[in-house]
Design a binder for this molecule. Sequence first.
Ligand code: F6P
Length: 360
Amino acid sequence: MLCGRTNVNKFLIEEQRRNPALAGDFSMLISDVVRSCKAIAQGVSRGSLAGVLGDHGSENVQGEAQKKLDVLANQAFIHHCEWGGHLAAMASEEMDDIYPIPPENPRGKYLLVFDPLDGSSNIDVNLSVGSIFSVLRCPENGSAGTPTAADFLQPGSRQVAAGYALYGPSAMLVLTVGNGTHGFTLDRNIGEFLLTHPNLVIAADTHEFAINASNERFWEKPVQRYVAECLAGKTGVREKDFNMRWVASMVAEVHRILMRGGVFLYPRDSKDTAKPGRLRLMYEANPMAMIVGQAGGLASTGNERILDVQPTSLHQRVPVILGSRDEVERIERYHREHETGEDQPFRSPLFSTRTLFRDD
Ligand code: F6P
């Protein structure tokens, strides 16, 4: 029964009463996004029965092979969000260029950025995947004329809303409109996301970290130091044992952190020097940084807060370190100490290159 439960619409109406700037267009836009997520949840849950698994036979702008569901999820966002009159344009991981709202539809004042199906290597093996989205205001000139990619290049601190849908054992929507982070669970009987996890809070401290450890030799030094200390557990400087997790789906990883704390790292690495990180700033890092920040956590590149990064291109990649505040601050400190040389192991002057006792 819906009685007594808050669905996303009721939640948004209550938020509008608190903040009139969110009225009208904005909540209708979020409703359209929620409809896209419900449609994708349905496709994901039917899997092979719906014939949606497997490769699509195409590549996205990043040169990654697209799955059928990547393409279908992208179409679902466009289909549900292009006609409502709330958007000026959309941008997606799966599209090379921005998607201005077609002239036959009214144009609105917002921009929608999304990763329609994140963690898509998990699709064919029936593990958790998700959709991530971010809402920005379209600069004045953009909504008057034809929006351009430059209109999207706003730092994450300017996001009006961000969220993700997790397609896991149950489907969940996690949403922030700048007043806390809130979780809704899809009740498939009535087709509604119902508020089940209001005001999520990430514990400041943790003993769980998530990283793709196969990249260890490529990581930057401060990250190698952090993970080595976690692995040393009780016998090392941290004096406590740590647990490690890696789902290879950022949505699932962030969701676990919102539920029980932890830190997630996809740091800068030297595997491919052309890429300063794996994750995309506009449709992965920024929305997750807002969600985590609104739950009391932090998100950083190691050197700079994610929400302060000035984007230079639509598909830009960044290093991402996010989750429990104390851990993210510690990793930021390790970056600073590395830059000033404070993290160098002690070397006795007796054995330096200028002494009688050379040790090299
Ligand atoms: O493209 C993003 C993504 O799929 C994230 O969801 C996930 O955290 C990461 O890539 C997985 O990377 P890897 O394949 O290196 O484990």
